[in-house]
Design a protein around this ligand. Structure first.
Ligand code: HEM
Ligand SMILES: N[C@@H](CC(=O)c1ccccc1NC=O)C(=O)O
Length: 286
């Protein structure tokens, strides 16, 4: 005997299918290849996802699972952010400014989550981190290819990073090199400014055009809103860097990093980075 309802008792259920629910709650079913039923776990590839947390410490340090989980969640969101940033850039080149703005709002919302989740990692004490910290060397967040791709795709293209990375895979190197050549969010925005009929051939022209956009929002409302959405992304990235370095100081003080940098001083040297410096400069001219 089985507890599952028979196929013909399930509303909307194809012949031969069975349900995890009673008659009233089931309305339809989906099938994968060869009639195999798609399940929650198979759709989300949970077997791969949930077996990818492999600790370096042995015996296992209690907090290392948290450390790995947080970083893996970051990389999943980085992948999503790149997907949205690429689409937003394409939308600006294609004249679909409302869509670019819509996607950039999503980007900033995800970045908000990335900033707030640092607090979860801060529930780890420095003593508990030290149980497994040495095992991580010479690995470091510095080697996150997707993080650097996001910087490049946003417009902060520092080619020296390509040479400074140790241990990137060939595929990661290739992706980064391609990103250096590909149009960035900023390139997309400059294109949109030019398409609206405003001068955008030189930095000076662009500066004047941005002031014009800001002063005439009735005439240039869509561009203004787009520039604000870009600034939200830029600001969120800056807030993440600041939040990360305060966490780093709390965890390792003035120690140098596992990646070989000076640690907090290196990270502080990056706090002035802006993806869209002209949008920040503009504030001084209004
Ligand atoms: C206990 C927690 C953490 C500590 C102590 C820490 C420490 C550091 C240090 C010292 C550096 C400088 C590179 C080095 O020499 O190692 C660095 C860079 C970096 N970390 Fe972390 N980190 C922590 C958590 C995270 C998390 C959760 C992420 C999320 C992905 C992350 C992403 C990065 C990135 C992207 C860089 C490169 C930043 C840049 O070049 O501007 N870190 N981290
Ligand atoms: N760089 C950190 C270690 C660390 O946080 C880390 C190590 C391996 C992989 C990712 C890391 N996250 C950010 O740097 C440290 O020096 O303590």
């Amino acid at each position: 005997m089985t507890n599952e309802p028979s196929a013909d008792s399930v509303v909307g259920c194809p012949v031969g299918a069975s349900s995890d629910f009673g008659d009233e709650t089931v309305t339809s079913h989906h099938f994968g290849e060869e009639g195999a039923k798609l399940t929650y776990g198979s759709y989300l590839r949970l077997e791969q996802l949930l077996t990818a947390q492999v600790l370096e410490s042995d015996p296992p340090a209690h907090d290392e699972l948290l450390f790995i989980t947080i970083h893996q969640v970051y990389e999943l969101w980085f992948k999503q952010l790149l997907h949205e940033v690429d689409a937003a850039t394409e939308a600006m080149f294609g004249g679909r400014l409302w869509w670019a703005k819509h996607l950039l709002k999503r980007v900033a919302t995800i970045e908000d989550v990335l900033i707030r989740q640092i607090a979860v990692l801060e529930t780890m004490t420095p003593q508990d981190f030290l149980v497994f910290r040495e095992l991580l060397s010479p690995a470091s967040g510095f080697q996150s290819a997707q993080f650097r791709e996001l910087e490049f795709a946003s417009g902060a293209k520092d080619p020296t990073y390509l040479k400074r990375f140790r241990g990137l895979t060939d595929a990661e190197q290739k992706r980064l090199a391609e990103r250096l050549e590909a149009p960035s969010l900023w390139d997309g925005f400059v294109h949109a400014v030019a398409q609206s009929g405003l001068p955008a051939g030189t930095e000076d022209e662009l500066r004047d055009s941005l002031v014009e956009v800001a002063r005439d929002r009735d005439g240039h409302g869509e561009l203004w809103e787009l520039s604000e959405a870009l600034l939200d992304h830029d600001e969120a990235a800056a807030l993440w860097r600041a939040r990360h370095v305060t966490m780093v100081e709390r965890q390792i003080g003035t120690k140098s990093g596992t990646g070989g940098s000076t640690g907090a001083p290196y990270l502080r040297s990056r706090l002035g980075l802006h993806y869209f410096p002209l949008l920040w400069e503009l504030r001084s001219f209004l």
